[in-house]
Design a protein around this ligand. Structure first.
Ligand code: AMP
Ligand code: GLY
Length: 431
């Protein structure tokens, strides 16, 4: 098939890598294209310098190329209506409409859908004034959770024991959006977090395997939130039956509620959960695969990814059957540039990728990389690479991934050294 992948990150590179790997596994060889892509994706796909957020441009490119399918990776193009533009051009698209992507685009909208669908989530107040925020903080008590209502690349959320810091974040978020300003104040959820990606065609739901992300920048969850510093799968510590329970209590009712509203959701419903002492609770919905989790999840997928995305886009997911998975463990460690997340430094040479990929079970996905004028690979963003290691168990997968990270050269770069460490040591507990 001819497939166009939209986006520039390691998530999109993981999608391209999975599609390109089908041939080696005895499946189809696809003609892959990316808009705009990144230098890593350029090894497996033809790159096109088209703005990912410009629906008319993406649809135009898809038509010009005559692709069978467009896969939209990130949230920004989805919220901007790129999937709508592609479908209007008569081309199959994997990814929700702009209206359906509001499940991610607006936390207040997501809360409203969850309430209507009876989905277990944190109690929340949507606030438009500082006084409402103060009242809500006092109603829930510490630790405080304050969320900016709009898209904020994972950085719009503050979780803090400090009431003044919580108020200050709310004040800044309200001020930044003027009269439209809204913040969501929530009850604190205890317990480990899980990401479960549920594929939907607007009616049926097919779950992937759960994964865990590491959002804080430093080891032992120190420092500020980031877009995600690493991930792993499987989660041997998760309660049996978790996936079935989340599909039945969260994903299926949400997909039904979206259809009932006349805005069916097709694509990936990313269910971010906390496994609390009172059972699983939804922390957030996203409208696309999680980055860095999908880099690990796709490394275990045995069903050809092309079959999954085509079935979802065409509305015949019911014919796909359950997905098949390898028993391997996979660990993805993100290599970030100096200063990330506050002020990432860019333009430094990146080396060692070929050496890392020469190791058993290691592949490297690009995120914030670019080619300088003389062709040197340089850093171009906060999260620069995803180093993905696989092995028979988490210990082997961690060893592979970290051996790969050790080969990477990037001045001032940093990474977490404890991705999947507690799981490897069987120290993750559901309260
Ligand atoms: P979100 O953008 O909603 O996913 O929030 C980002 C991160 O903040 C989550 O992954 C959690 O680590 C944390 N967080 C969000 N909501 C809560 C909550 N109600 N209780 C505890 N932690 C939360
Ligand atoms: N892994 C966090 C996210 O993709 O939002």
């Amino acid at each position: 098939m001819k497939i166009l992948v939209v986006g520039t990150g390691a998530r999109e590179h993981a999608i391209v890598h999975a599609l390109a790997s089908e041939a080696a596994a005895g499946g189809d060889a696809h003609d892959l294209h990316a808009a705009p892509g990144n230098p890593g994706m350029g090894r497996q796909a033809t790159l096109h310098a088209v703005d990912a957020n410009d629906g008319a441009a993406v649809a135009g490119l898809a038509r010009e190329l005559g692709v069978d399918l467009v896969v939209v990776g990130p949230e920004a193009p989805l919220v901007a209506g790129v999937a709508d533009a592609v479908r209007e051009a008569g081309i199959w698209c994997f990814g929700p409409s702009a209206e359906a992507a509001q499940l991610e685009g607006s936390k207040a909208f997501a809360k409203d859908v969850m309430a209507a669908a009876g989905v277990p989530t944190a109690m929340a107040h949507v606030c438009t004034t500082e006084q409402e925020v103060a009242d809500a903080l006092d109603a829930f008590g510490a630790p405080y959770v304050v969320k900016d209502d709009g898209l904020a690349a994972g950085k719009g959320v503050v979780v803090t024991p400090d009431r003044d810091a919580a108020l200050e974040h709310a004040r800044a978020a309200l001020a930044a959006r003027g009269a439209e300003g809204r913040v969501v104040v929530e009850e604190f959820l205890d317990g480990p977090e899980v990401s479960l990606f549920c594929i939907s065609d607007g009616a049926a739901v097919v779950p992937m395997v759960p994964a865990q992300d590491f959002k804080r920048v430093g080891d032992d969850d120190a420092g500020p939130n980031t877009g995600g510093m690493g991930a792993y799968t499987p989660l041997d510590w998760a309660p049996p039956g978790l996936v079935d329970e989340v599909v039945a209590r969260v994903a299926q009712p949400t997909i039904e509620e979206m259809a009932r509203r006349g805005t069916p959701f097709s694509g990936v419903l990313y269910v971010g959960l906390a496994l609390t002492s009172r059972g699983p609770r939804v922390v957030e919905f996203n409208a696309r695969f999680g980055d860095p989790e999908i880099q690990a999840v796709l490394a275990r997928l045995r069903t050809p990814l092309s079959r999954v995305v085509v079935a979802a886009a065409r509305g015949d997911l019911g014919s796909l059957g359950p997905l098949r998975w390898s028993d391997d463990a996979v660990v993805n460690v993100v290599v970030a540039s100096e200063g990330y997340p506050a002020s990432p430094r860019t333009g430094d040479p990146v080396t060692g990728i070929a050496e890392a990929e020469a190791l058993d079970g290691v592949h490297v996905l690009h995120a914030g990389t670019a080619r300088s004028d003389d062709g040197t690979l340089v850093s171009a963003g906060g999260r620069v690479l995803s180093v993905v290691g696989r092995g028979a168990d988490l210990a082997a997968a961690r060893a592979a991934s970290y051996a790969g990270v050790a080969k990477i050269g990037l001045q001032g770069s940093h990474h977490r050294s404890d991705i999947a460490l507690k799981a490897e040591r069987d120290e993750v507990r559901v309260p």
